[in-house]
Design a protein around this ligand. Sequence first.
Ligand SMILES: NC(=O)c1ccc[n+]([C@@H]2O[C@H](COP(=O)([O-])OP(=O)(O)OC[C@H]3O[C@@H](n4cnc5c(N)ncnc54)[C@H](OP(=O)(O)O)[C@@H]3O)[C@@H](O)[C@H]2O)c1
Length: 253
Amino acid sequence: MGMISRHRKSDPISSPVALVTGAASTLGTAICLKLARQGFRIALHYGMSREKTFRLQAELNRQDARSFTVQANLSKTNQVSSLVRRVIRQWGRLDFIVNNASLFEPTNPQKGAWDQWQRLFTVNSITPYALAQVARPYLAKAKGSIVNIGDIYGEMPILKAHAAYSVSKAGILFLTKYLAVELAPEVRVNAVSPGVISFPEKYTDQKRKKLIQRTALKRQGTPEEVAEAVWFLASNQFVTGQILRVDGGRFIS
Ligand SMILES: NC(=O)c1ccc[n+]([C@@H]2O[C@H](COP(=O)([O-])OP(=O)(O)OC[C@H]3O[C@@H](n4cnc5c(N)ncnc54)[C@H](OP(=O)(O)O)[C@@H]3O)[C@@H](O)[C@H]2O)c1
């Protein structure tokens, strides 16, 4: 990915390859559509959302973009090797990884919380590390990069009753800097830290308004604005170890 340029479908072999985890999620979908428009072939990873991922693939087909779907349970770090293997078997290269998949759950210290800490840490922090290690030779060959999707709650200890989620997101943000050093100079590693983009369905209107009111820009962001940031970090060849907040100024207000 050292030299990124727009590739057309007529030139598929030289098109860069991206792996997006949790591809059919709200943010994942916008990221895949953005990368496809920039000429990437995309490995659409999913855990449980098979149908939704096939629908995304159909949408990409309509846009003349190449993709394939690949399932892996990211709470099992031993599935990471086969995930990378399947991408390499399909297209023979890997230029870019977006670690977008994540578990978002409240922490209940009374009920099995320790298992939950382990699960959230595995999916949100440990698997992205494992994926980076397994994919390293391919990313290095391509002079590629990784973008981790964090959360401003990984930098602000204010999300009540979400200790495991917040600390695991702090983990992936620190991991971003750590890997940026460890994988340099061949591979760049950056993160996007979104603020309020979409709300869990159960959030009341009142809660949504309150969260929006807390952002400096007084609105929620769009998945496309997150995807733009991912693309910036993928394409700028002199940026590594950075955390780009796409949070409407939530962090500073
Ligand atoms: N939405 C926001 O406002 C917001 C704000 C800040 C940060 N973020 C971050 O942005 C990213 C995307 O958020 P989102 O709201 O669009 O998505 P989301 O609804 O939280 O979905 C997360 C994705 O992770 C995948 N996943 C979870 N556990 C998995 C497992 N064990 N194995 C395989 N896949 C697994 C799921 O795939 P399957 O459904 O296929 O299982 C799902 O597609 C996340 O990292 C999130 O923390 C989002």
